[in-house]
Design a protein around this ligand. Sequence first.
Ligand code: ADP
Ligand code: MG
Length: 493
Amino acid sequence: MKEIENPPHASSLLESMRSIGYSLESALADLIDNSISAKAKQIKIEFRPYDDDPYIAVVDNGIGMSRETLANAMRHGSTNPLQIRDIDDLGRYGLGLKTSSLSQCRRMTVISLMKNGSLAAFCWDLDVILTKKAWVMLELEENEIFKMPHVADLQAWGTGTIVHWQQLDRLAAGESSLESAMGEQMDIARNHLALVFHRFISSEHGRSRISISINNLALPSIDPFLSDHTATQHLDEDSFKVEGHKVVVKPFILPHASKLSQSEVDQAGGNLGLRSLQGFYIYRNRRLIIWGTWFRLARKDELSKLARIRVDIPNTLDHLWTLDVKKSAAFPPEIVRANLRRTIERIRHVSGRTIVFRGRNIEKGDVMPGWHEVLNRDGVRFDINRDHPIIKSFYRTLIKNQQHSFDSVLNAIESTFPSEALYSRMASDVRATPNEENIENRLRDMAKSLFSLSGMDKEFRANFLASLHLIEPFNKNLEITRKIVKEIESNEE
Ligand SMILES: Nc1ncnc2c1ncn2[C@@H]1O[C@H](COP(=O)(O)OP(=O)(O)O)[C@@H](O)[C@H]1O
Ligand SMILES: [Mg+2]
């Protein structure tokens, strides 16, 4: 047999690789991976939709590249994926820099400065490749480099790299104005990157934090586990070995939605995301790659809706996870699935319980609820809390057969509770709004009747007043409750 070399046509290969499926935010994430691997501590993303030559640039203060390294890095398939990577390396296929950039723009320039003063810049321009019909790369002269924006940042830092995108045809496609399209995309990118890199942006112990900004506005760290929230449950970390490499699993149970402020709900993914983003959060070298999925090992249901499980995998196991080029898809191998299944069993138990027992064991300082949520195998049901002071004290004043009718009334209310309607309301984006009309008078009436019914001794009454703010619905109207308590106290004297 004869060997014949049959290389691809540069232009047609590059044009089709543009459609590999990068979004703007996943393309930017790939550049940030590179910056982090190059030990950058500061990464600036610059959007300039309004100049006469609109561009996006990612500027970092990493170690930079020599002219030779940069020339090689510009080559498609610069690193063999079979090569063993540094333990902290976020790279994979030797493609990210080029494919992510050219998926968004037709002209990419990379400028790099090293500590020893070496400054180099190369450019891929799809139109040059098209005319030359060859893998022709451009090298910038020194005076051309200094005309590029943000080079002053590199000089101020003394080292670093700029990836500069021009001719943003993909962003402009189908949009009447690049400026407004870019504004919208920028917001999406902001949220995406703040989540994907949240463990780099916040200070995880033993590591210095990395600052990422978009147009000089620092990205916040979006922690999907709300791990600083006092009501978040941190379950014990678990780990197992795959081919000698450690995979670490840590489950979190988010607080019940009623304990979250709107901004916390937003951080956890918004009203809809709160339920739909349950599942595994897979981190490769602490960079989030996939999230909000149970990998078909479990259903997304009520019992597990508050559960989010952090899974840390090293880059040494890439071959098992079928990680894609964009690092946005991966599927766990059988041995990992078996271990994750075990974790699911463990947490479904706990996550279910936070809902079932919410309000069951009333301890000092806990709120006395008006209703109980009761979870069972088939679903959820709402029961009126018979121990609620208003119900209980009223019940005591009744004679036997009135008590019986009162039970029937409560039963009727419970069995007609519109839980289906409520459920579908909540699943759509509607928030529950309590009836605020005349709230002060209604609370005062409630408090007074509670008091007149209670027939307690003086000390008991004082205690009772002191804990009124822990009884629903008083706990939701603290200001008014305080006022009512004062009124009653002054009447007592
Ligand atoms: N911002 C950067 N700073 C320093 N080196 C970089 C930077 N971006 C890319 N490189 C170098 O270019 C190479 C190719 O990058 P890329 O195409 O993303 O592939 P991969 O990240 O899979 O190696 C990297 O391995 C790295 O050596
Ligand atoms: Mg890369």
